[in-house]
Design a protein around this ligand. Structure first.
Ligand SMILES: [Zn+2]
Length: 427
């Protein structure tokens, strides 16, 4: 709930005023995610449709501005918050007897939809984890790819695509970043870029712990390609309009530099023969203040710590410790049980408590896990106390955590332990 109301995340969820610019011909309709609207004499071009639940609000806002027919809908990528709010528009098209608009997407978006259908239950579970603090847990299926408005114009490989509508040019480019199906729009007459989630007004979501591989180096390249356009306006996938040539350039350049940095520094260390743990902790120490303090690189959604994982995973297999003990490890519960056989659980609890009192929360968690995993009796006084202390530590970490995704993972775990404790007390 903390994150729900924090400034950066309010913007991410589209809880801000929509913007109109370029002589009232362009609009950023705030949402989760944003929609870019370009008005021409011949009709409207919409860049992205938010999550299904935002459909009525988006429709109302657009129809409060103009009654023109929707001619093109462009999907920046196939995530649920960028191409599912189509229903009110389809209803309107049927009512007015209009022709269906062209729907433009990259070919990989279709593969993504297929994947979502195959993994629908898993994705429903993970979205409920990732967005737990905004109440999605209570909903049945939050999002579903079983009903989609599929593209009619499909961009292939890295081939750009362009079209004109009433003397206005629309150039579409494919680049990889958050996904492998990203496209972004350059409308030269409007000096406008619509970036999709290649720009989310947070540190890029390049290493989401639940999601498939993402692409830090390609992300940097996408930013540099956008910079060449010298845009005046940038509509991000989430967050407020970025306006002014210098501001747009700064945001793109800083994001490019941040992506080059995490990529190149991890790669350098891999070439030095280092394993993940060493790379990760070294990377934390060298993170430059210029990124840490940049408004558009705040770790409000994604974070640098996740990006280190993403880069390593891009080039490395799952054996990441260099220790053959970890190649075919025993069950962690069995390992913990052996520790408890030589040192009683009360001692671990005592030590965890003193670590906690010294402010060493992470180390305290590792100690507590020895008891929680290894105790022969899940209702022993030490186990129950360990569970309670773990909840307290996770709650403290949630409060300190700036990344929405990280905070939800930690806070969910605290909730699950609370439920477990309630069960243990019942029987
Ligand atoms: Zn998004």
């Amino acid at each position: 709930m903390v994150r729900k109301t924090s400034g950066g995340m309010r913007d991410w969820f589209g809880l801000f005023q929509s913007a109109t610019f370029e002589n009232d011909t362009c609009h950023l309709i705030a949402g989760m995610g944003n929609t870019g609207v370009i008005e021409t004499e011949g009709g409207l071009v919409l860049f992205d449709l938010p999550i299904k639940q935002f459909g009525p609000r988006l429709f109302r806002e657009i129809r409060g501005i103009t009654n023109k027919q929707v001619k093109y809908i462009i999907y920046s990528h196939g995530h649920f918050d960028h191409c599912f709010a189509y229903e009110p528009f389809i209803t309107e098209i049927k009512e007015k007897g209009w022709e269906m608009p062209q729907i433009i997407a990259h070919e990989n978006l279709l593969k993504r939809f297929e994947k979502y259908r195959m993994l629908d239950k898993y994705h429903d579970w993970l979205n409920k984890q990732q967005f737990a603090s905004v109440g999605v847990k209570r909903q049945e299926m939050v999002v579903s790819a079983h009903e989609t408005l599929d593209p009619t114009i499909i961009m292939k490989g890295s081939e750009p695509y362009s079209f004109t509508l009433s003397n206005c040019t629309f150039e579409l480019y494919h680049d990889k970043g958050e996904t492998d199906d990203s496209i972004w729009l350059w409308a030269p007459e409007k000096k406008l870029i619509c970036a999709g989630d290649l720009m989310v007004s947070s540190y890029p979501n390049v290493g989401n712990p639940y999601k498939v591989q993402r692409y830090p180096k390609d992300w940097a390249i996408a930013m540099e390609r956008m910079m060449k356009k010298e845009a005046e306006y940038l509509v991000p996938g989430h967050g407020q309009l970025i306006e002014g040539k210098e501001k747009v350039k700064d945001v793109l350049l800083s994001t490019a530099e941040a992506m080059h940095f995490v990529h190149d520094e991890v790669v350098k260390r891999m070439n030095q023969g280092k394993w993940f743990e060493q790379i990760y902790h070294e990377m934390l120490e060298i993170y430059p203040d210029k990124f840490k303090n940049h408004h558009h690189l705040r770790e409000i959604y994604g974070c640098y710590r996740f990006a280190i994982h993403a880069t390593y995973r891009l080039y490395h297999g799952w054996y990441d410790s260099g220790n053959p003990t970890d190649l075919f490890p025993a069950k962690s519960n069995d390992i913990a049980r052996e520790f408890i056989r030589i040192v009683p659980e009360e001692k671990y609890l005592e030590h965890a408590t003193s670590l906690y009192n010294e402010g060493k929360l992470q180390l305290a968690l590792h100690m507590l896990d020895v008891i929680i995993k290894g105790s022969e009796n899940e209702r022993s006084a030490a186990t129950l106390e360990a569970l309670n202390l773990k909840i307290r530590i996770l709650k403290e970490k949630t409060k300190e955590e700036t990344s929405f995704i990280a905070a939800n993972i930690i806070d969910n775990a605290a909730t699950q332990i609370k439920e477990k404790l309630r069960e243990l007390k019942k029987i």
